[in-house]
Design a protein. Structure first.
Length: 294
């Protein structure tokens, strides 16, 4: 497929649309906007995050490439499990969201991990982020082009107004099918994923995208929830940073997503990983008492 726009807008569905319908759209376009996915949680989540985000420094520490990628006027708050009750109790294991993520992640992995969860706030004056595919976190897969397995996908929730002027995420629909993943397109090929607060852009790790320029005088806030197969190392080292007393209270699904349960690949015909003496990690940690094991 040539590196040209094949789709000129993103399709919208309502939260609760069956996963197979959502999956068909993601396969065709690379992503879809799910209206109202986190409408119930967004204000309460923001109330928890406001004092933290307000104090947070712009930009990240790291090498120059990372600083450029992350944005010099962008605030990125991580460790959301520890920082937000609403997040750990009502968002991380949202069944509707996970039914959509399942359609991508279960192709390559019987169980999967949350790769990263972060609040991304573009301050006024932030410039356009470089276009990228999230799959490039694992560069070897770039070489596979559109045949690459799904090794990352994302659910990006609008936590504020999300207009083009404020820097709504820009995407190139159809770019998940381009022949050559070294080709990262250009801004002229992008469209703006304008959303209402509480809507989410659910997209494949193969889709070209990047944060837009914030030309307004207001901050644009998003929550990015990324996922990867259990056999890849996630971005955030959850088992080291989630306090055990919080980990114990998470749902079995949330524990699975954050590395407190073993990874099994029985359905796809692989082995079990992330075990202790060949035993289930959650048993070793005493997490299965009183809970239904996954
Ligand atoms: O903030 C955005 O709109 C997108 C950010 C993004 O794609 C990333 O940091 O990987
Ligand atoms: Fe990204």
């Amino acid at each position: 497929m040539p590196s040209a726009i094949t789709v000129t807008s993103l399709q919208h569905v309502l939260a609760g649309t069956p996963a197979d319908e959502v999956s068909k759209i993601i396969q065709a376009d690379g992503g879809v906007i799910v209206e109202g996915l986190f409408a119930k949680q967004v204000d309460r989540f923001n109330a928890e995050m406001d004092p933290i985000v307000n104090e947070w420094a712009e930009g990240v520490k790291g090498n120059e490439w990372m600083m450029e990628f992350a944005g010099y006027k962008t605030k990125r708050v991580t460790q959301l499990i520890a920082r937000s009750k609403v997040f750990r109790e009502e968002m991380i294991d949202n069944p509707t969201m996970l039914s959509y993520i399942d359609t991508m992640m279960l192709q390559t992995s019987d169980s999967y991990w949350m790769n990263a969860a972060q609040v991304i706030q573009l301050q006024p004056g932030e410039k356009t982020q470089m276009l990228h595919r999230d799959l490039e976190n694992y560069p070897v897969f770039r070489g596979y082009g559109p045949q690459a397995p799904e090794v990352m996908c994302n659910c990006l929730v609008a936590l504020s107004d999300y207009t083009e002027e404020m820097g709504a995420t820009r995407v190139i629909p159809g770019s998940h099918l381009w022949d050559n993943f070294e080709d990262r397109g250009d801004q002229a090929q992008t469209i703006s994923a304008v959303m209402e607060k509480g809507d989410a852009l659910v997209y494949s790790g193969k889709l070209l995208h990047g944060a837009g320029e914030n030309r307004s005088n207001r901050a644009r806030r998003a929550l990015a929830l990324a996922f990867c197969p259990g056999w890849l190392v996630p971005e955030e080292a959850y088992p080291f940073v989630i306090p055990m007393e919080i980990a114990r209270t998470l749902s079995p699904k949330a524990q699975q997503l954050t590395g407190f349960r073993s990874f099994h690949n029985g359905k796809l015909g692989g082995g079990s990983l992330w075990q202790v003496d060949y035993l289930e990690l959650a048993d070793f940690l005493g997490f299965n008492q009183g809970k239904v094991a996954l």
